[in-house]
Design a protein around this ligand. Structure first.
Ligand SMILES: [Zn+2]
Length: 425
């Protein structure tokens, strides 16, 4: 082999799975995969529900074999012929939260989960894994996708939900595409929804790093109509017929507003370019939820709508943990203190070097006493992720801790900036 050819071979090997690889392995379409996560606290399983093809691919075309974050679950797609990893992504799920509840000790349940992958040109093997809080594999499932399979459901060519762009910064393949959906708005209430979606947008881009990286985002508001106005509030015995079947009191926690009908969300989005989902609920009840790489759901008419929608997006887009905690020191297994959590804004100090140790100015006491919070903007404050002991956060206050504080702390900002860069550069 000539020296120059050898150099070229090395160069391509070093490039990894970049844009060239995208065109080699994928078409400009989306493979939507619907799964059912089933089981109980002891045993879990994953079943394939349905495969669909969507008309375009709005996700990244670089860093294809790298994870954005570790997540509570991962999907790895390999070329069936040579086993090369051609795409991977990570997520969290309501099912995994449910596994920690009392109900999961007594009964089996199944939860819908839907993920978007680039559409392979050749048969591909998809492996999906769920981890427990100690990063052990809970369950894993693999299946082969033949792109020629006639039973892959074609969606998004007709019956596209009416929508309006609130921000259009560039083509879908170069921007992060966020869809804002209407939940509990009748067709007569859509102007109210568009107004609410604009407020959500304003609030998001009022926060750094979203403000200075606004040109990396497209935001589309999708007017998905509901039969009834408002959403279901089981505590008040109010049940409504809504587009995405959401309700409060998830796992009997009154403020926890979620939906487990993921397919209905994705059905409403077929034919629209989207990667991240925000659902606005037409109610003034307080509540919401955000699940990493799944969705944000929040109430649009409570006075804390503006901070809450950004907080929840911190979970669903940024994979950030809650920084609040309870003084009564409720210990739970969500964040065991003998492993380093994957969320970038909390630490158990098991592997603090992998977190924000580099951002702490010299001379800062570690742990940092709470009473010194005005002196030390970035430190190591004890109390985070629901626990007052053994879990630490970076700043005294943050959007991920309270609705009153106006900004993300410097560590959350850096984590969000890194993710935005990962998805767009
Ligand atoms: Zn923070």
């Amino acid at each position: 082999m000539k020296k120059s050819n050898l150099l070229l071979v090395c160069l391509f090997a070093c490039l990894g799975l970049s844009a060239q690889s995208f065109d080699r392995y994928f078409t400009d379409q989306t493979l939507r995969v619907d799964y059912l996560f089933t089981g109980n606290a002891e045993h879990q399983a994953i079943c394939l529900d349905e495969l669909s093809v969507l008309p375009r691919w709005a996700g990244r075309r670089h860093h294809l074999d790298e994870l954005p974050l570790a997540g509570n679950g991962q999907i790895v797609m390999r070329d069936a012929a040579d086993s090369t990893v051609i795409y991977c992504t990570s997520f969290s799920s309501l099912f995994q939260e449910w596994l920690e509840t009392e109900e999961a000790r007594q009964t089996d349940r199944g939860f819908e989960n839907t993920f978007l992958l680039p559409y392979p040109q050749r048969p591909a093997v998809v492996e999906i894994t769920l981890f427990d809080p100690h990063r052990k594999v809970r369950t894993r499932m693999t299946h082969t996708v033949d792109p020629q399979n006639i039973l892959i459901h074609q969606r998004g060519l007709t019956h596209i939900t009416p929508h309006r762009y609130l921000l259009q910064s560039g083509p879908a393949d170069r921007c992060i595409d966020v869809a804002i959906l209407a939940e509990g708005y009748t067709s007569n209430e859509m102007e109210t929804f568009y107004q609410d979606a604009r407020i959500a947008c304003e609030s998001l881009f009022g926060h750094e790093p979203f403000r200075s990286l606004k040109d990396k985002f497209n935001i589309v508001a999708v007017a998905s109509p509901s039969e009834d106005s408002g959403v279901s509030i089981p505590r008040l015995n109010e049940w409504k017929s809504t587009a995405f079947h959401s309700h409060f009191s998830t796992f009997y926690s009154d403020r926890y507003l979620t939906t487990s009908r993921l397919k209905s969300l994705h059905d409403a989005l077929a034919g629209i370019d989207y990667e991240h989902i925000i659902v606005l609920a037409n109610t003034d009840e307080y509540g919401g939820g955000g699940i990493y790489n799944s969705y944000t759901l929040t109430t649009a008419h409570h006075e804390d709508f503006r901070p809450v929608v950004v907080h929840e997006f911190g979970h669903s887009f940024g994979g950030l943990a809650d920084e609040y905690f309870y003084d009564e020191d409720i210990m739970n297994d969500t964040y065991p203190t003998d492993v380093e959590p994957w969320e970038q804004n909390v630490t158990t100090r098991v592997d603090f070097a992998s977190k924000w140790q580099d951002m702490i100015p010299q001379g800062t006491p570690v742990p940092t006493p709470a009473e010194d919070f005005n002196t030390h903007k970035v430190g190591l404050y004890e109390g985070a992720a629901y626990s007052s002991k053994g879990l630490y956060r970076a700043s005294y206050n943050c959007r991920m801790r309270t609705n009153e504080y106006p900004a993300f702390c410097p560590v959350c900002q850096r984590a969000l900036r890194r993710l935005i860069t990962f998805y767009t550069e």
